[in-house]
Design a protein around this ligand. Structure first.
Ligand SMILES: [Zn+2]
Ligand SMILES: [Zn+2]
Length: 154
């Protein structure tokens, strides 16, 4: 059964994430007594870069695959954790909830606006992507400080 749907994003405003609706394109198939769900989840997320603290928008596209078995999970915790499928106790697969749970874990919590984002100067806060500052950010070996000052005086 081909599936193409769009569901509202999970609420991640507490984490400072703004997400677009989630688009899923794929199919569901019945195999070995389970429903296999396979497809691509796509959405955009806007959040702050962990280095320069500026908002940036990223498009996330991820291949997803999950299998569902109708019934209630067995009592043993170990079986539940080791299973490569999920149990569903209702007659319908709660697709919206499943897609939202997937979308929740996909964005990297340490995401950066670009790979080589230079971030902010830890001393003056200048955005080093835009301009440079003259702060001394290298740590100086304390044993050499006296000597450095001596040479600067000359
Ligand atoms: Zn950045
Ligand atoms: Zn600086």
């Amino acid at each position: 059964m081909p599936l193409q749907l769009e569901v509202p994003p999970p609420d991640l405003s507490q984490e400072g994430y703004a997400m677009s609706p989630l688009q899923f394109r794929g199919h569901a198939r019945y195999e070995d007594g389970a429903v296999a769900l396979l497809g691509t989840l796509r959405f955009t997320v806007t959040r702050l870069c962990v280095r320069c603290l500026k908002p940036f928008t990223e498009t996330i596209e991820s291949e997803l695959q999950e299998r569902f078995v109708h019934g209630t999970p067995p009592l043993s915790e170990e079986t539940v954790e080791n299973a490569d499928f999920e149990w569903i106790s209702t007659d319908e697969i709660p697709l919206m909830y499943i897609l939202q749970e997937w979308a929740r874990i996909l964005p990297d919590p340490f995401g950066v606006c670009k790979k080589d984002c230079k971030g902010l100067c830890p001393v003056c806060g200048t955005d080093l992507n835009i301009e440079t500052c003259s702060c001394e950010t290298e740590t100086i070996d304390p044993r050499l400080v006296g000597l450095k000052a001596f040479f600067e005086k000359r």
